[in-house]
Ligand binder design. Structure first.
Ligand code: THU
Length: 141
């Protein structure tokens, strides 16, 4: 698939993300989040945040999105957006940048409040799968 993401696709992603906020479970923060992404095979995946009485157990919207990606057959994320319930674009938290990096790499495009940015820009020098290759199997330090 071409890396060129049309305005139409960004609008569709925004629409899907806003729709996902309506299914958010956020009784504690009262801050519904929706996330949506385009996969390299053309499908769209999405997620909403799911909070928990044990606050630290909360699942960000991106967690649901990655679960949707894998459960739907996998693939690579090529374009991503996340919004609050007002439909305002928000930045993915640091942990979620790492989560998304695993499935989109440096070239994943993110619709940030500041404009379209690559993952390499929003998570420079990320630790990823290739870093694990640098340790020989069976070695113990
Ligand atoms: N949240 C997300 O879903 N994604 C992010 O990247 C930032 C934060 C959620 C977690 C929590 O339910 C609420 O926003 C307030 O932090």
């Amino acid at each position: 698939m071409s890396k060129e993401i049309t305005e139409e696709v960004w609008e569709k992603l925004h629409e899907i993300a806003v729709d996902a906020t309506t299914r958010s479970y956020a009784p504690y923060s009262k801050y519904p989040v929706g996330a949506a992404a385009l996969v390299d095979d053309g499908r769209f995946v999405s997620g909403c945040n799911v909070e928990n009485a044990g606050y630290g157990v909360t699942l960000c919207a991106e967690c649901g999105l990655v679960s949707d990606l894998i459960n739907g057959g996998g693939g690579r994320l090529v374009a991503f957006t996340c919004v609050n319930k007002e439909g305002t674009k928000i930045v993915p938290c640091g942990r979620c940048r790492q989560l998304l990096f695993e499935h989109g790499g440096n070239d994943l495009l993110l619709d940030m409040p500041a404009g379209i940015q690559t993952m390499a820009q929003v998570l420079p020098d990320a630790f990823g799968p290739s870093d694990l290759d640098e340790v020989k199997e069976g070695s113990n330090g």
